[in-house]
Design a protein around this ligand. Structure first.
Ligand SMILES: *[C@@H]1O[C@H](CO)[C@@H](O)[C@H](O)[C@H]1NC(C)=O
Ligand SMILES: *[C@@H]1O[C@H](CO)[C@@H](O)[C@H](O)[C@H]1NC(C)=O
Ligand SMILES: *[C@@H]1O[C@H](CO)[C@@H](O)[C@H](O)[C@H]1NC(C)=O
Ligand SMILES: *[C@@H]1O[C@H](CO)[C@@H](O)[C@H](O)[C@H]1NC(C)=O
Ligand SMILES: *[C@@H]1O[C@H](CO)[C@@H](O)[C@H](O)[C@H]1NC(C)=O
Ligand SMILES: [Cu+2]
Length: 229
């Protein structure tokens, strides 16, 4: 019985460590969409935003149900990603750190129309929430907030800027480094922190700290399981 439950615990740890990835396409026809815009993602899952719409210049920015087209204080923000090429699309990986509440997001772009007002918003882990109500509220806004967020958000975080191949460019007021496409299979968003040019006001260190604390929580959980055994 003890051995069986030990195996069960180890098996479930194995399931936890297997990386889940959900891909969301950013842009496309008519240019102001996330596809899909309603995503379920448990803790540790990577929501991989592919800025594949051509031409495109979009963001993935955390908002709230109350103000769907305004940045959430302390929320995540990819920065503006421009893409108009047949090469590899820029990718921004967001890792879920809390799956108990909805994570709302929108695009900050105002040109040539207000993207958020015109459908460019979405949600991770809607739960009992009402996406139609969120969308209706977004379509009624008259302004879209452009204030800058960080890579670390509430309930989800990235470790750096999106990957950029030729044909893509990036605009983010406090990041002076130009991200480069990471080698295939490299760690999430390693391009920006490796570049060493990020300004102190947008510290990769806090992203690393969050990563470290996630790692610690995971170890602590594993240790807790070991103690129980
Ligand atoms: C997310 O999970 C909930 C609860 O299991 C389910 O009702 C809902 O349909 C799922 N949504 C998506 C987009 O898969
Ligand atoms: C993308 O949009 C942002 C915000 O409007 C702008 O500052 C930036 O110059 C644009 N990038 C390109 C390449 O047009
Ligand atoms: C995108 O690229 C096409 C083909 O090179 C070009 O005609 C078009 O003007 C570009 N659009 C933008 C917004 O850069
Ligand atoms: C969701 O919101 C829409 C639009 O506001 C509304 O018509 C609908 O009744 C709501 N659904 C539920 C289950 O509350
Ligand atoms: C995003 O995550 C996927 C899955 O782990 C990985 O294959 C890919 O290299 C990552 N991309 C970036 C730009 O970090
Ligand atoms: Cu957009």
């Amino acid at each position: 019985m003890r051995a069986a439950s030990a195996l069960l615990a180890l098996a479930s740890l194995g399931v936890v460590s297997a990386q889940q990835v959900v891909t969301v396409k950013v842009g496309g026809d008519p240019g102001t969409l996330y596809t899909p815009n309603n995503i379920n993602a448990s803790i540790g899952t990577i929501v991989s935003f592919e800025f594949s719409g051509i031409p495109g210049n979009h963001t993935v920015t955390q908002s709230s149900l109350a103000t769907p087209c305004e940045p959430l204080a302390g929320g995540f923000d990819s920065g503006w990603v421009f893409f108009n090429s047949s090469g590899p699309a820029p990718v921004w990986n967001l890792t879920i750190t809390d799956d108990t509440k909805p994570i709302w997001f929108y695009c900050k772009q105002l040109e040539p129309i207000l993207h958020c007002k015109n459908g460019m918003s979405g949600v991770i882990n809607l739960g009992q929430g009402n996406l139609s109500a969120f969308k209706a509220s977004a379509s009624a806004v008259s302004t879209v907030g452009e204030a800058e967020g960080a890579f670390v958000g509430i309930g989800a975080s990235a470790t750096g800027a999106p990957s950029l191949a030729p044909g893509a460019s990036y605009y983010n007021p406090s990041i002076s480094v130009t991200p480069t496409a990471p080698p295939a299979g490299s760690a999430t968003g390693s391009g920006a922190s490796g570049g060493g040019g990020a300004s102190p006001s947008k510290p990769p260190s806090s992203a690393l700290a969050t990563g470290a604390s996630i790692g610690f929580t995971f170890l602590a959980t594993a240790f807790g399981v070991a103690l129980v055994l």
